[in-house]
Design a protein around this ligand. Structure first.
Ligand code: IFM
Length: 454
């Protein structure tokens, strides 16, 4: 099963999840520093203070990727390293770090893919309202300008935001992520200002021309097909509402230039949407060059009017895990066919743009055996099945250009701390030793043959 010759095989990480060095070289505090240090917010009180220490172990991690023939690395820039207070002049030491990272990738023939925002908002901006405030969208465009100015000559792939659904709903809606607000109206305002920030950042980058010659600009959304758990009208409606909140609230403004009316109607008791100003949707829908898709699971849902902590409670629904389905250590159902379904839907209903799967992977209870090996056959099966599903979508006409395994390393899994391991490389946290798992060797083989066996 072969993939196109120039298919981009990569791995991904994000700044707060791997870098550590939170007080070094002028970095300012981020919302995740505050949140993780607050009691009871993160499993076992874990923080990103040290994480995988990639800030100091950069060369080692770059060498690891080179050893396994990884062709592309998706990383994110920590906004508070560049603007410690979220505005004002650039911190040169922050920019220097990412310059070193990008140069190190080029030296090893690895393509950089840069995400501008993977959730580490400067705390100073949160103190002024964070993403519920329009000011944050404007500051984000200024920050983008600084980073683009510094790296656009040597980074081809630019992603404005990672998973704005997570930032808005988990961060502002149900509070399980930083900054920890629990308000549907705040989540809606945050969603809009994230999207506006994306659009303003796109405009900023476009206005700079194309310093690298072939720069590609896009956004990454986490998307999930949604279906009703029972063949009942009430559950079909619940599935439509969840699809509205999780998928269409982001896809429609970016790719169609409008918010889905049924979503606006459903949330009209929570918000008057007065934060949406004339001209915003034109900005949000400024053309992108590619769509990044993070796929982990499908959602099977049923109607549930009870007010609970569930993220879909505001959509009057809850998730039901199908009987007999395999689950990862996150409790997420493993349903690779959902990836085919999702990609075909995007192609059919939304866009013919190139798509990159910018994240896909699973958490397992990995451990190093007495010989020091980490045998993760289950991850190999997971990745293999998802690649086959992606291939099927390509056979159906989807213009899929690349795949990034989440993650290169075990890392700080947000509210789950270090308890959930997603890496193809195991991290022994007490020593920071990297131990490639069986899946890393398998992935190297896939990349080497540019496809799957059989
Ligand atoms: O670890 C996260 C990542 O930061 C964003 N996408 C999902 C991953 C697994 O939860």
């Amino acid at each position: 099963m072969n993939f196109p010759e120039d298919f981009l095989w990569g791995t991904a990480t994000a700044s707060y999840q791997v870098e550590g060095a939170v007080n070094e070289d002028g970095r300012g505090p981020a919302i995740w520093d505050t949140f993780s240090h607050a009691p009871g917010k993160v499993y076992r009180g874990d923080t990103g203070d040290l994480a995988c220490d990639q800030y100091h172990r950069l060369e080692e991690d770059l060498d690891l990727m080179a050893e396994f023939g990884i062709r592309a690395y998706r990383f994110s820039v920590a906004w508070p390293r560049i603007q410690p207070e979220g505005s004002g002049p650039a911190n040169q030491r922050g920019l220097d770090y990412y310059r070193r990272l990008v140069e190190g990738l080029h030296e090893r023939w690895i393509e950089p893919m840069l995400t501008l925002y993977h959730w580490d908002l400067p705390q100073a901006l949160e103190d002024r309202g964070g993403w519920t405030s329009r000011e944050t969208s404007e500051r984000f465009a200024e920050y983008t300008d600084i980073v683009y100015d510094s790296l656009a000559d040597s980074v081809r792939f630019w992603i404005t935001l990672n998973e704005p659904w997570v930032s808005s709903w988990l961060g502002y809606g149900v509070g399980v992520h930083a900054p920890g607000h629990r308000s549907t109206s705040k989540a809606l305002a945050a969603a809009h200002h994230l999207l506006l920030g994306h659009g303003l950042a796109m405009q900023e980058m476009r206005s700079r021309g194309n310093p690298g010659g072939d720069n590609q600009l896009g956004i990454t959304l986490n998307l999930s097909p949604v279906r009703p758990s029972r063949d009942r009208e009430a559950d079909r409606e619940a599935a439509r509402r969840v699809d509205g909140q999780a998928n269409r609230l982001y896809l429609d403004p970016i790719l169609r230039g409008s918010y889905p009316q049924d979503v606006l109607d459903h949330y009209s008791s929570k918000s008057d949407f007065s934060f949406v100003r004339d001209g915003d949707l034109e900005i949000i829908s400024v053309p992108i060059d590619f769509l990044g898709v993070n796929y982990y699971m499908r959602h099977m849902v049923r109607e549930d009017a009870a007010e609970t902590d569930d993220v879909f409670s505001s959509a009057r629904a809850r998730v039901v895990i199908p009987h007999g389905v395999q689950k990862t250590a996150m409790g997420w159902p493993t349903e690779p066919e959902g990836l085919t379904e999702l990609l075909l839907r995007l192609d059919r209903e939304y866009t013919k743009l190139p798509i990159y799967i910018t994240e896909n992977g699973c958490a397992l209870n990995d451990y190093a055996d007495p010989e020091g090996c980490v045998n993760d056959e289950e991850r190999i099966a997971y990745l293999d099945a998802h690649l086959r599903a992606a291939h099927e979508a390509m056979a159906g006409g989807v213009d899929l250009r690349g795949y990034f395994a989440w993650s290169l390393l075990d890392n700080f899994e947000w509210a789950e701390g270090y308890s959930k391991r997603f890496g193809i490389v195991y991290v022994d946290y007490p020593t920071q030793r990297r131990v490639p798992k069986t899946s890393a060797r398998w992935y190297a083989d896939v990349i080497g043959r540019n496809g799957l066996k059989g």
